[in-house]
Every structure is written in structure tokens, then in C-alpha cells.
Design a protein around this ligand. Structure first.
Ligand code: UDP
Ligand code: MG
Length: 308
């Protein structure tokens, strides 16, 4: 019997894309010696994506769908897909045609060559908005600087995972998921392949800048506690520097009588006020993580599905 490949596709308001993607994947597998199924994870779409998925599943035996009770986010949808996929390997890809299905044979080829993880890296591409490219690049530089894992710039959530790796990821109980990091962290034999992202087929991007900043902060704080050490180092440095100030103050008090210093006081207060709030905020983020994690709520809630 041929090996089974599960394709996991998180979709949120992608009504005009799901059919096209299902067709494209179908065409690819027609020429490949594998069985496949597609698991669409409907992340609480507000449009009729779910109805379209149901129709697709009714007419195609290899279509599966899972629908969330509300929008839980892209990473939660990926987790659900991994939890439910029964394939010998799982390929995750976006539902908007930005991850070219033509790359699937290459992913499978590398898998057959013995790699447990085949992930993709976006080629620097001028089709992406300038700000998105630059912020993404800065994000990876900072993340790699802060943490012990090394993630290539432009790593996408388009990847093949062998079922052993899927098993590892399934057993993680992190509330704030950041798969690009988790996959690297998991280890095993990994290889990267480059791809040129296509334009989104229909609809709009669901990653607003606000969501991206949040996602980035989750990434940093999930894989490093170095920001917490920063406060100690900065505090220590300034405490030492302030000691140098004492002889100066005594000297000017004794010999230069009026100590004028309104400007320097204001600047110092403002600077340290800002610094303290920043550091308090960093500590706050970690405490928030502990808080959400300790509640042990599920990462997603399934409303309905045609998976057993
Ligand atoms: N997505 C999701 N839940 C969300 C946001 C996005 O399942 O809350 C899906 C979306 O339907 C798409 C994929 O995640 O299939 C990537 O999202 P998008 O294309 O909006 O992000 P971008 O490519 O602009 O970074
Ligand atoms: Mg997209």
C-alpha cells in the first residue's frame, strides 16, 4: 500500500481559495505514487468557508474538515491539523495559494531521502510589501540573537514533518505556540528548501501589523529568557555609573556653590522612568505567559468535523 500524506491547511475566511487549492493538490498527487488526504482546519471563519468545505468533503473521499468554535489563530489551527492527521508524513501549507503546491513533490523527495523535517524558506521577494519584508528580517535577527535556536530568515509555516516529529509536536502542551521555533527545537534531521511565494489568490491577509507584533513577542519570549537578564545587566551598569556621579556632586557643592541641574534631572528621570517601564513590561509578558499556561485551557475548541 502506498504511503499516506496528510496535507494540513488552516483557513480563515478563505471561501474563494479552498476549492482552487484542493484542485491544485489533487492534480499534483495524480502523478505521485502516494495516497493523500487534505485536512482543512476552519479557524472560525465568518464567511461560508465551512459550507464550501462540507460540499467538498461530500464529493471527495480524501477531504477532511475540522471547524473551530471561534477564531483561535493560525498556530492553533496548525496544532489541530497535526493532532488529527494520520498520514505517514504531514505537509502544512497556507490556504491562500501563497505556498506553491508544485513544491510538494520536492518536499516528498527529501523526505524519502531520509529527512524528518523539510521546511521552506521564502526567497527575498519584492512581491511582499517592503515593511513586511524588513520587519520580518529584523524579527529573525533579534530572535536568533536572543535565543538558542537558529531560524533562517523567511522560514514559513509550509513544511513537511515525518510522523515521528508530528508525534513530538502533538505532545507539547504550550499555550502560546510558535511552530517555526518548535520545529527547530525538536531537532531530528532537517533540511531547508527555498521557494518564491506566490501572490495571495483571493481575499486579504489576516496578519495585521498588530497581530504580527504580538506574534513576534510570543516568539521571543517562548524561546529565550535572556530579556529577563537584560534588566539585571542594565541596572548594574547604571548603578556603577551613578557612583561616579557622587564625587562630582560633592566637588561642585564645596567649590562651585550653586548646583544647577534642572535639565539633567529631568532627562535622567524621564530616561529611567522609561527604562523601568520597559523592563517591567518585559517581566509582565513572562508573567502573562505563566498565567495563561497555568490555566491549562485547550489551544482550540472543535465545533464540528468529519474526522472520527
Ligand atoms: N489563518 C488562520 N487563522 C487566522 C489567520 C490566518 O487560519 O487567525 C490562515 C489563513 O487562512 C491562511 C494562513 O493562515 O491560510 C496564512 O494567513 P495569511 O495568508 O492571512 O497570512 P500572510 O500570508 O499574509 O502572512
Ligand atoms: Mg498568505
Amino acid at each position: 500500500m502506498n504511503k499516506l500524506v496528510s496535507i494540513v491547511v488552516p483557513v480563515y475566511n478563505e471561501r474563494d481559495n479552498v476549492q482552487l487549492l484542493a484542485k491544485a493538490v489533487h492534480n499534483i498527487f495524480e502523478n505521485l505514487p502516494y495516497r493523500y488526504n487534505i485536512i482543512f482546519v476552519d479557524d472560525g471563519s465568518a464567511d461560508d468557508t465551512l459550507d464550501i468545505l462540507k460540499e467538498l468533503s461530500a464529493s471527495h473521499s480524501n477531504m477532511r474538515y475540522v471547524s473551530f468554535s471561534r477564531n483561535f489563530g493560525h498556530q492553533a489551527a496548525l496544532k489541530a491539523g497535526l493532532d488529527m492527521a494520520e498520514g505517514d508524513c504531514v505537509i502544512s501549507m497556507d490556504g491562500d495559494m501563497q505556498h506553491p503546491p508544485e513544491l510538494i513533490p520536492l518536499l516528498l523527495e527529501k523526505w524519502e531521502a531520509g529527512y524528518n523535517v523539510v521546511y521552506t524558506v521564502r526567497k527575498e521577494d519584492s512581491a511582499l510589501p517592503y515593511v513586511k519584508r524588513k520587519t520580518s528580517s529584523a524579527f529573525y535577527s533579534i530572535l536568533n540573537g536572543l535565543s538558542d535556536i537558529e531560524i533562517e530568515k523567511g522560514t514559513a509555516d509550509f513544511r513537511l514533518l515525518d510522523k515521528t516529529v508530528v508525534g513530538v509536536l502533538r505532545n507539547l502542551h504550550e499555550y502560546e505556540l510558535f511552530f517555526r521555533g518548535l520545529v527547530k527545537w525538536a531537532g531530528f534531521k532537517q533540511i531547508a528548501i527555498e521557494y518564491t511565494p506566490a501572490q495571495r489568490n483571493a481575499g486579504v491577509s489576516k496578519y495585521t501589523y498588530k497581530k504580527m507584533v504580538r506574534f513576534a513577542l510570543q516568539g521571543f519570549t517562548s524561546f529565550s529568557n535572556r530579556p529577563l537578564y537584560a534588566a539585571t545587566y542594565i541596572g548594574f551598569t547604571f548603578a556603577l555609573l551613578s557612583l561616579l556621579y557622587i564625587p562630582y556632586v560633592i566637588f561642585s557643592f564645596l567649590f562651585e556653590h550653586p548646583i544647577s541641574g534642572w535639565a539633567s534631572i529631568i532627562v535622567t528621570i524621564a530616561f529611567f522612568g522609561g527604562l523601568q517601564l520597559l523592563i517591567l513590561g518585559i517581566i509582565g509578558i513572562y508573567i502573562g505567559k505563566l498565567f495563561t499556561q497555568s490555566k491549562q485551557r485547550p489551544v482550540y475548541i472543535v465545533k464540528e468535523s468529519n474526522l472520527s
